[in-house]
Design a protein around this ligand. Structure first.
Ligand SMILES: Nc1ncnc2c1ncn2[C@@H]1O[C@H](COP(=O)(O)OP(=O)(O)O)[C@@H](O)[C@H]1O
Ligand SMILES: [Mg+2]
Length: 382
């Protein structure tokens, strides 16, 4: 028996909705994933800038919040309908939604994470049963609510003999460490810090919004990273903190970029040098976290997410990880652009089967829990 499931996500880059239609069978150790189609639907510019404002901490009235929630749900539903049109019937949607706010747990205070684009509306518009709000249950039992992808990675990409990291490069970076099966060691994972978020913000600022990202890292590649600056930025407490840990644009967003640019003004740097330094911060924070928090450096790091197309960033990671092979999850047979969307399709599929989705050793939760709320598609029939 297999199910056709659509996974939908927009990450912290707020670039658009990644939608993956997959055929799924098995459940965990025997999980099989066949990607039938993946599409990215960019946000309309006005909606994107509204979301970015909210993420930057702009106050929002409850009525504006309600409107934004449904505007996002509508574009998510449209993305699902678009994919479904070519591959009907679809059995299930797993929608991560758009993170507007993320607060990790602190001491006895639980974490809180708000994803917009309500599942009930997506289910109604598409007629397809939709699972959404994946992070809430893990947060309620003391977890970070993130990262949620590692158990899916473990089912799909764990190697018998090879220690492997899967490094997602979205707006924020996150890693899954998969020790070789033969070691019998636990899986771990955490948010590594900034992925593309600071680079994107700097490019937007330098070009007055004409460009939103550094394509292939070509601009940064023309500069030189300023080591003193990168070392200073690496003193940020988030990088010192041991896992479990998660973060968002609250920490590495526009305010932090302004601080970085102010720090940079003490040095004679070109815009290319500043971009190279911000890219080096991403690479250094990733590699430093591996050195500190993994039992050993992995033999292989496979990149995914939009930042995996940043050739300069990939080169800097490789330069900082001499005896580790840096490649893309494409090389392992898992589409690097849609890996996260595929993962939320799998998490929905597990919820549908009544299987817990979180890995407490990764999120820090007190126990395994079912992730996501189910919104029935179509009209009620007894
Ligand atoms: N060709 C490319 N070169 C460099 N960066 C890229 C390229 N394509 C996409 N990106 C980066 O990837 C980001 C989107 O990646 P994505 O995985 O969707 O992140 P998120 O999950 O945060 O939305 C863009 O904002 C951009 O920074
Ligand atoms: Mg994205």
């Amino acid at each position: 028996m297999s199910l056709r499931v659509i996974g939908l996500i927009s990450g912290t880059s707020v670039d658009g909705i990644d939608a993956a239609l997959v055929e799924l069978s098995g459940s965990q150790a025997d999980l099989q994933v066949n990607l039938l189609q993946g599409e990215t639907y960019p946000y309309p510019a006005a909606l994107r800038s509204q979301i970015l404002d909210v993420c930057a901490g702009e106050p929002l009235s409850m009525s504006a919040l309600a409107e934004l929630d449904d505007a996002i749900a509508e574009v998510f539903a449209a993305a699902a309908l678009n994919l479904q049109a070519k591959h009907a019937p679809v059995d299930l949607i797993g929608s991560h939604g758009q993170t507007a706010y993320h607060r990790p747990p602190q001491g006895a205070t639980l974490g809180y994470s708000l994803q917009l684009g309500r599942g009930a509306l997506i289910a109604h518009r598409t007629g397809i049963t939709t699972i959404s709000n994946f992070r809430a249950a893990d947060l309620a039992v003391g977890g970070q609510g993130a990262p949620l992808v590692p158990p899916v990675d473990a089912c799909l990409l764990r190697h018998d003999q090879l220690d492997r990291c899967l490094q997602n490069l979205g707006g924020i970076g996150n890693v899954t460490y998969l020790p070789a099966q033969s070691r019998g060691e636990p899986i771990c994972g955490w948010d590594t810090g900034p992925g593309n978020a600071l680079i994107d913000l700097a490019v937007s600022q330098f070009t007055s919004g004409a460009q939103t990202f550094d394509r292939n890292g070509a601009w940064a590649a023309q500069g030189m990273p300023c080591t003193a600056l990168v070392n200073r930025w690496m003193e940020h407490p988030f990088f010192q903190q041991a896992p479990p840990k998660s973060t968002g644009r609250e920490l590495f967003g526009v305010d932090y970029l302004h601080q970085c640019l102010q720090d940079a003004s003490a040095y004679p740097l070109s815009q290319a040098d500043i971009l190279a330094s911000l890219t080096e911060l991403t690479a250094a924070s990733i590699v430093e976290s591996y050195r500190r928090f993994l039992p050993r450096l992995p033999a292989q790091v496979a990149l995914c997410g939009g930042g995996s197309h940043n050739t300069y960033l990939q080169q800097r990671l490789q330069a900082n990880l001499e005896s580790t092979q840096v490649c893309s999850t494409d090389d392992l047979g898992l589409n690097a652009d849609f890996k996260e969307a595929i993962a939320f399709a799998v998490l929905a599929y597990w919820r549908y089967q009544g299987l817990p989705g979180n890995l407490p050793e990764v999120t820090g939760a007190n126990c395994p829990v079912l992730l996501g709320e189910i919104h029935q598609g179509g009209a009620y029939s007894a």
